[in-house]
Write a protein that binds this ligand. Structure first.
Ligand SMILES: [Zn+2]
Ligand SMILES: [Zn+2]
Length: 130
């Protein structure tokens, strides 16, 4: 099985799941197309793909790693009740990236920026009022 084929399938599966799935969920979906792939291979590919910038690994609250096909930095909303993670529909202020003092990253390798809002999602909010 060619590695590029595996990554193509993983990327396609991830792009169809905008709810920031964990590796286990991605594995279950990828298996429908590549029945012989192992969970370890999926984990490895997800790591390689996030290191190369093809996908985003979310390092935000919660215990499991989640993955995101959107690679532009964008804010997330995490529900503290059900654990769902949604994209919030606005862009992170560009000044966080561009209006930096010279050499602010000198000696560092900046890999990611996480902005996470927390609270109750629409359905949990609704349930708590009913
Ligand atoms: Zn919720
Ligand atoms: Zn996202």
């Amino acid at each position: 099985m060619r590695k590029t084929k595996q990554r193509d399938v993983i990327l396609r599966v991830l792009s169809e799941h905008m709810d920031h799935p964990g590796a286990d969920t991605i594995y279950e979906e990828v298996r429908k197309f590549l029945p012989r792939i192992s969970l370890g291979t999926v984990y490895r590919n997800l790591d390689i793909m996030s290191e190369s910038g093809a996908i985003t690994k979310l390092e935000i609250g919660g215990s499991i790693k989640r993955f995101d096909p959107v690679i532009n930095p964008h804010p997330h909303f995490r529900c503290v009740k059900c654990g769902s993670i949604e994209d919030l529909p606005f862009e992170i202020n560009k000044s966080l990236f561009s209006d930096k003092p010279d050499n602010w990253d000198n000696g560092r390798t900046i890999q990611n920026l996480n902005i996470e809002y927390t609270g109750l999602c629409i359905s949990c909010n609704g349930n708590s009022h009913s």
